[in-house]
Design a protein around this ligand. Structure first.
Ligand code: HEC
Ligand code: HEC
Length: 226
């Protein structure tokens, strides 16, 4: 068979599919999401041992905390799964689970976790006194210009609720997890962030800064999704 008309046809069909996607109604998109959520929920059966059925994760004092995934942006979550897979985010707990998923399955589980409501964090207890919490709040909201530490909110958005697909929500995330990530950027085991944006900030922070922002952020509530 002559290949040319065939590839030409499939090109046309591809273009038609693109047009279709562009004009697809919100109802059709919602249906697509519903199907992805269903598939993602099944694929997530192996994840909830750590990330929990409500996607809230768990803080493990003295151990490796499991992050909350509930309500987090889908594209951010997929980027992280790919980073575990390719090793730019080097983590022994997540590597095997990222290897189990292909790109489509990653998107399905990400859509599923994104669809879960934010867990309530109003009663979270943290390892910090008032002075340390105040220091944390100052760094998150205003930064420390003398040390070139840009405020966290300038990228993570008002209330640190996240902005778009690149800047994740970090309000109400687990204290131990936030601290661990900042240390991972310092020691270079996490280096998948665009343009070293987080690495260059983390390397300017000392242990007290890290403890302070982690504790303060953990006590905030995740409230909004873009
Ligand atoms: C054995 C426990 C465990 C299981 C099971 C597990 N995870 Fe994780 N997950 C972790 C830990 C620990 C981290 C934090 C790793 C780090 O510090 O970098 C993490 C981090 C993540 C992150 C990054 C979150 C963020 O905010 O950047 C994603 C996404 C994720 N896991 C998805 C999954 C999915 C999807 C599955 C199932 C296919 C899964 N995990 C199964 C322990 C687990
Ligand atoms: C210049 C922009 C910028 C600033 C300022 C910034 N961040 Fe980030 N942050 C990012 C980006 C981008 C990511 C996503 C990195 C990735 O894709 O892996 C991120 C990710 C994170 C994560 C990982 C979240 C997760 O779920 O794993 C934490 C924790 C974090 N930032 C904390 C902070 C704290 C605390 C501050 C303030 C001291 C701060 N960030 C300031 C850009 C910024």
């Amino acid at each position: 068979m002559n290949k040319k008309p065939f590839s030409c046809m499939s090109g046309l069909m591809g273009a038609a599919a693109l047009v279709l996607t562009a004009v697809m109604s919100p109802a059709a998109l919602a249906q697509d999401d519903a199907a992805a959520i269903e598939r993602g929920k099944n694929a997530a059966m192996v994840c909830i041992a750590c990330h929990q059925a409500n996607g809230g994760g768990m803080s493990i004092p003295g151990g490796e905390s499991w992050p909350r995934l509930a309500g987090q942006d889908r594209d951010y979550l997929v980027a992280q799964l790919k980073a575990f897979k390719d090793g730019t985010r080097d983590n022994i707990s997540m590597k095997p689970f990222s290897m189990m998923l292909n790109d489509d399955q990653m998107m399905d589980v990400a859509i599923y976790f994104e669809s879960l409501p934010f867990p309530d964090t109003t009663n979270v207890t943290v390892n910090a006194d008032e002075a340390l919490l105040e220091h944390g709040q100052k760094l998150v909201e205003h930064g420390d210009w003398d040390r070139y530490i840009v405020s966290c909110q300038s990228c993570h958005g008002p209330g640190s609720q996240g902005v778009g697909h690149f800047f994740p929500n970090i309000a109400g995330q687990h204290e131990g997890y936030i601290a661990a990530q900042l240390k991972h950027w310092q020691d270079g085991s996490r280096k998948n962030d665009p343009q070293d944006l987080m690495g260059s900030i983390a390397r300017r922070m000392n242990d007290r800064d890290i403890q302070a922002v982690s504790a303060w952020l953990a006590k905030q509530e995740a409230t909004s999704k873009e």
